[in-house]
Structure formats: C-alpha cells, structure tokens
Design a protein. Structure first.
Length: 388
C-alpha cells in the first residue's frame, strides 16, 4: 500500500467503526488490517476513540497534499533521535493524522516547528473516591459523581448532588463560615452558588465558599482551575482569591488557572475583571488573559477561548509544551504519579492534546512512536525514559 492513500484508508476505517461501510469495502479493509502494520495501528487507535460529529466530512475536505507535507515536516528524523524504519515512519505519520482527524480541535495551522502532535485518552470514572464537601463545622460529606441526582441533608442545608454537579438550598443564616468542595483527579465538577453564580472546577481543584453571601462582597477561594459565570450584582462585587491574585468582578465569565504555584493565569471571556497581585492591578478586556508570577510580575496576552476552555469538554490542548508540564496534567487527570528516569526528557516539547474520556494507553503508544519515549509502571507510578 502506498502511503499517499492514507486519507482514503482512514475514511474507510471511520465507516467501518461507525457501521456505515459497504460489504465490499469492509472485506478490503479487513485484509489491509491483517497485512499492514500501519493500518492495524490506525484501526486500533480508531476503535479506542469516540465518534466525532462531522469527522467523515472533515477527512473528505482536508487538503491531502498539504496535510501530508505538514506531517512529514514534523517527522523529520533528527540526529538526536532514534532512527525509525520505513514501517514505523508510516505508522507514526498515520498516528499523527488520526490525532488530527479525531478531534475538531485540530485545524489548519496547529502544527509548530520542533513539536510532535499527540493525543491521549482515559476512561470515564463514575465513582472515584475523594469528591467531597467539607462543611464549615468540619463535617465531611461524600458526593456522588456521574450518577443520578441525590438529595443530601447537611445540617440545615439541603444538597442536590449528582450528574457531575452540586446545588443547594440555604438561607442567610447558613452563610457563616466557608465550606470546601474538593474535586479529585480524573474528574471535573460544576457548582451552583446561592447568588446564581456557576463554577466549573477542573480535576485536582478546590473551592472554598459560603452557603450564602452576606455583607458587601461575595468572596470565594480557588486552588487549581475553575471557570466562573458570575451572576451580576452591582452592589456586591464577586472576588476570587488565589494564592497570588485577587480577581474582582460584578458579572462576567472567565477562567482562572492557579495550578502552578509560581504563575496564576486569568482569562476573560465576557465582561470585565480587575486582577490584583500585591501592588499591581490589571483590568482585562474580553479575549485577554493576564499571567501573574509569585514576584507580582505579569504579562497580558490574547488567548484562544476554545483552547483555554477545552478542559470543560474533557480536552487539554498543548502547543510546543514541555513533557514536564504535560506530565503534571497527566497526574491531575489520570491520578497517576509520573517520574522521569531520564531528566532530559522533561524539557522535550510537543504539540497535541489529552482526551480525558478514554484510556491513557494510546497517548503512551503515540509518545513512544513519535517522541522516542518509552514507559513502564512500578506499582502506581508511571516512569518515562528514552527509547533505546
């Protein structure tokens, strides 16, 4: 099989997975899977993926020559990397193209020099430990995750939890003290506050909040990452506190990433926010984000809303990002500790994405083929090392 036919083969494999393939084409594809290692690799990747709306049309419309030239430029064998034979070269190219077509995220211009596209997946977790609400009085309430909604009594507050979100009924008398919602690895969770504000928390995040907002301001404390849709109230500003910044709003939508102990990034989607760190203040316009470091130095840039908020759809998009940074996301999303046996790997950079809804295996296989990075598990620890 000539590699130039990969787009048509991929389209047939999509039809096979989706159950729309003709009998004749099905027989032909089955033979290709049995006789070509690279096609078998592509089929295995597709079987692990979810159907993406419009993916067959996407593949039909892609500029085949431009896409192939783009992939070839990414797979140039450099002297510092282990050489691949022709079969693995084709397999790696097809794996890159599979990653391109699986998600609508991959669009024209995403590839960057000296980076390798990757996609990773994980299985949905229905009931993992650690999702809990600690009340201001110290009582801890375990919360259901991806299950039917349940009614839970917590003192004089009625909780409604399930289907990946929490709501509650409370009066002003229950507003004393802060409660802590903890979202463990592998999960994301939505919280509706008493004022109508909605907060989506990413994996390995915490939010401290009162059941009712009394006084002249509404205050919450965030660790990790959260997206806020703040209910407008001109007389009661909403303030998000992180380790290094205070973000003040009246009514708007924005994302706060405070995972990194050294940097906190606020990305404004709509409205207006004032971000303060020490004696520095920055007012953002929609489409702008500010990154403050621990020394109160900051930078303001434009951002891509689809990419910054991709985590809410179970995706993490990275561009020219170090493997060390990607490993930190893997730890949060998949609940596994990552160790570099070869420290030099930590700085190697990649472009691609993580998909939380499926398994991690495909990412590790792709990393091995394209990035020359091997892996193994020692108990619950994932080790990454140079491919030999």
């Amino acid at each position: 099989m000539m590699i130039e036919n990969h787009e048509h083969i991929y389209q047939l494999l999509l039809e096979k997975r989706n159950g729309t393939i003709s009998e004749a084409d099905d027989a032909r594809v089955a033979n290709l899977i049995d006789t070509h290692e690279e096609i078998a690799l592509m089929w295995r990747a597709l079987k692990q993926s979810y159907m993406t709306p419009g993916e067959e049309t996407f593949w039909q419309e892609i500029d085949e020559n431009a896409a192939w030239n783009n992939v070839k430029s990414q797979l140039t064998i450099r002297s510092r990397r282990v050489k691949m034979n022709r079969t693995l070269m084709m397999a790696a190219a097809i794996t890159v193209l599979v990653a391109l077509a699986i998600s609508a995220i991959w669009r024209s211009g995403i590839w960057q020099k000296d980076t390798a596209p990757l996609v990773a997946t994980n299985k949905t977790v229905n009931n993992a430990p650690g999702l809990q609400l600690q009340l201001a009085n110290g009582t801890t309430v375990a919360l259901p995750y991806n299950q039917p909604r349940q009614q839970i009594t917590a003192g004089d507050v009625q909780l409604s939890a399930g289907a990946k979100q929490l709501r509650y009924d409370a009066n002003t008398k229950t507003g004393e003290g802060f409660n802590t919602l903890t979202v463990p690895p592998k999960m994301d969770y939505k919280l509706a506050l008493s004022d109508g504000t909605e907060v989506w928390l990413n994996a390995t995040s915490k939010l401290r909040f009162p059941f009712a907002f009394n006084g002249d301001k509404r205050e919450v404390y965030l660790e990790g990452e959260g997206y806020f849709n703040v209910a407008k109230n001109d007389g009661q500003p909403f303030i998000v506190h992180t380790a290094h910044t205070d973000i003040t709003v009246l009514g708007t939508t924005f994302n706060v990433n405070a995972y990194n102990e050294e940097v906190t990034t606020t990305s404004l989607v709509t409205g207006k926010v004032l971000t303060r760190s020490g004696d520095k203040e920055v007012t953002l316009k929609p489409g702008q984000e500010v990154a403050f470091n621990a020394n109160n130095k900051f930078s303001v840039d434009n951002f891509d809303t689809d990419e910054v908020l991709a985590w809410m759809r179970g995706l993490y998009v990275f561009h020219n990002t170090s493997l060390e940074h990607i490993a930190a996301v893997i730890e949060r999303w998949y609940g596994v500790k990552v160790v570099f046996d070869d420290p030099s790997l930590a700085g190697r950079k990649f472009t691609g994405g993580l998909e939380k809804l499926q398994t991690l295996d495909y990412f590790l296989e792709t990393l091995q083929i394209i990035g020359d990075v091997d892996h193994y598990y020692d108990k619950d620890v994932l080790h990454l090392k140079l491919k030999k």
